[in-house]
Design a protein. Sequence first.
Length: 319
Amino acid sequence: MKVLAIESSAVTASVAIMTEDTLIAEYTINYKKTHSQTLLPMIDEICRMTETDVSDIDIVAVSDGPGSFTGLRIGAATGKGIALAKDKPMVAVPTLEAMAYNLMGDKRLICPVMDARRQHLYSGLYRFDAEKLEIIHEQCLISYQELVDILNEQDEEVVFVGDGIDVAGDYIKDNLKCRYSFSKPHIKTQRASSVALAAIYMPQEGINSVGNAVFSWNENAKSKKTLRAENERLQEKIDVLKMQNRVLQQNQVELERLQDILKLKQKYKKYHTVGARVISKGSGNWFDIFLINRGSKDGIKKDMNVIAGNGLVGIVYDV
């Protein structure tokens, strides 16, 4: 069985071609370009380099969140377009479960963490029993403190994986009492190969869907046709509710962020202000460097003050 996997739940864009026993190709970019710019060229490239015809793919697997709503939508649309065009089944893989597969075979408690802003994370707890992934704590939106409290109560060695390490690492170091470690960079972020691996190890009678796409491991079981149709109908309702819930959670975080921005604007209302979003970050010798999504056309000029949180945080040095 050959799987084409797509991961687009966060900044990292990743695609892979994988069979049960071989990772044929994986292409991962963790950079500031949008997934709409990268995914299709990346898929085209790995197919070309491995001389793979998309028609030879057996399953299209996509990461289905939590994460960036826009990124997930682009990934799902890309996967669904390929699946429909080539008449292939598509399977949806929970992002945090796929991240746990970065550490497949590890006997420690696995805690994937994704940054949800405002000292919150998308997280869950998992453990491998041989090759079977066990869910210890269902994925959820959780504060740093709540997660640390759960892990301290669990009181066993844990390994963290995900970009949430970058924002919550210091809090974890200061407050977690049990033994822990952070994943190394090559397995820290989301990977399409792990999405493929999770899809391969899904139960053979499992049914998962994105939109109207339904995956069944045994399409020849005619006696189960009615049950599959009913499962599809119910699964579609569940998927809609899950997506609506994720959107509500993300909207809540975004609303709180916008409220903070509004407070800043009111505080400095006698000055001309321009709202901007940080889209990438780098480090200098003595300071952090941020790239924002506004420029000269938006009124941004060199030496302008940059405010965030409680006040002044820097200046614009290049436009």
